[in-house]
Every structure is written in C-alpha cells, then in structure tokens.
Design a binder for this molecule. Structure first.
Ligand SMILES: [Zn+2]
Ligand SMILES: [Zn+2]
Length: 250
C-alpha cells in the first residue's frame, strides 16, 4: 500500500524511523511526504533501508502559511527530486492566510508545477469551487485532491481534468452525499492517505495520540466497504494508481 499523503516531517513525529517500521509491518511500501511549510523544506527523510517503506517528497506552501516573503525562499533547487508540488491551494476556513496572498501563492505554485512537469497536491477547505476556477487556466496539469470531499457536481467538473482523489479518514464519518458521489468515481482515480499525524481514525483514539501511516489499512478497509469491493482489489488499485500518479519507480 502507498500512503499518498503523510506529514512525516511534522515535529510531533519525534521518531520517524519507528513510524516507518510500524508502517512496514502494516504493509505500507511507500509514503508520499508533503513538505508544505518553510520549517520543513530542508527536512531529510531517514536513510533508505531494506524492509522500510520508501519515502518520496513533495515541496509546496500550504494556504495556512501563504506569505509572499516565504514563497520567495522556496527551495526550487529540490524540485528535480520532487514527485509533486504541494500541498497548496486555498483555505477559506478560519486558519487560511489573507485571501489575496493565498491566491497569488497558489497561482505561483501552479506555474512552478507546469515548469517542472509535476503533479499538484491540492488542499481545499470551503474553497473547492474557487480552486476549480483556478484550474481552468492550468488544464494541462495533473492534480491530486487530498482529503477529498466533493459534491457530484464538483466531481463532474473535476472529471474533465487529470485528477486523482486522496481518500482519508473522512471515510469514517462521511456524509451520505459524499459517499454517493464517491461511488461514481472511477476506481482508477482513487488514492488512500492518512494525512498523519492529524486525522486519527476515531476507533484508534483510545490508544494512539497521533495518526500514523500504520493505520492506512483501516482506510483501505473502510473504502472497500463503501465501494462494496474486496479489500485486496482496493489495495491493488490504489497502490497502482499512486505509482502512476506520482510516477514512482521504487
Ligand atoms: Zn491539507
Ligand atoms: Zn496535509
């Protein structure tokens, strides 16, 4: 399995090595780590080791931290090793930066993605319609809507794009409307993600302080239940989809 969105660089993960070991025991082979705030841009993953999941990196600036001066120091030199740009996007919830900064910084990252031929990991909070409007000027890009939740109308619009959907812990408390919309998506477009250390699955909260990639199988199972498909098939599809989406070789 591939965790398509995990903040392994988050300071709450004081021992990334042991997180990777537990992920491996749970059957996770690869983890995509978005480095989306300036403090994380120079983070180094634990050295690759036999039996541990491979770690692939994405660089971006999250809309909570959108500030023109911060983007000016964006580490473009790393992008040759990146599997994506992001997470980036728009957040119209209370934690979002001033909107004019969010827009400017999101657009600059879309340009960077085009320049470096990288897919874009999208963060949307109360802002998906606005994001879709921005995407219209960047129809040539590949997108990953992480923490996906959308109406059938929005999904129909996104269907015109090369867009993948990161399914995460909201599977455990999804609205009926979202589940109905989700069932219309082609299974070839689905990814699974933990968004760890946040979004701990409700049934893990008694024993775990934080979410972690070792809990990814819970999401695969919940998704399989919702799609009424065998778990093994959802596992195969989402793994192959993530490889294709991020052009993973390892
Ligand atoms: Zn996000
Ligand atoms: Zn995230």
């Amino acid at each position: 399995m591939i965790d398509s969105h995990c903040h392994l660089a988050d300071r709450r993960f004081t021992d990334p090595q042991s997180i990777l070991q537990r992920a491996a025991s749970a059957g996770v082979n690869s983890i995509i780590v978005p480095l989306s705030r300036a403090e994380e841009w120079h983070w180094q993953p634990p050295p690759p080791a036999d039996g541990l999941p491979t770690v692939a990196l994405s660089w971006g600036l999250h809309p909570w931290f959108a500030h023109p001066e911060t983007l000016a120091s964006f580490p473009r030199q790393y992008l040759q090793d990146a599997v994506a740009i992001g997470e980036c996007g728009l957040d119209f919830g209370p934690r979002g930066a001033p909107r004019h900064w969010q827009y400017a910084i999101f657009r600059q990252q879309l340009h960077l993605a085009r320049e470096h031929r990288l897919p874009v990991i999208l963060h949307a909070c109360k802002s998906l319609d606005a994001i879709i409007l921005e995407m219209r000027k960047f129809r040539d890009l590949r997108y990953i809507l992480h923490g996906a939740r959308a109406s059938s109308q929005q999904l129909a619009q996104l269907g015109e794009y090369d867009c993948f959907f990161g399914i995460g812990s909201n599977m455990f408390r999804a609205s009926r409307r979202w589940l109905e919309a989700l069932r219309q998506l082609p299974v070839e477009r689905l990814l699974v993600e933990t968004d760890a250390p946040d979004q701990c699955p409700p049934h893990r909260r008694d024993t775990a302080t934080y979410n972690e990639p070792a809990f990814l199988p819970d999401i695969v199972q919940a998704l399989a239940r919702q799609l009424q498909l065998p778990v093994a098939r959802v596992q195969q599809h989402t793994t192959a989809n993530a490889r294709r989406c991020f052009s993973l070789t390892a």
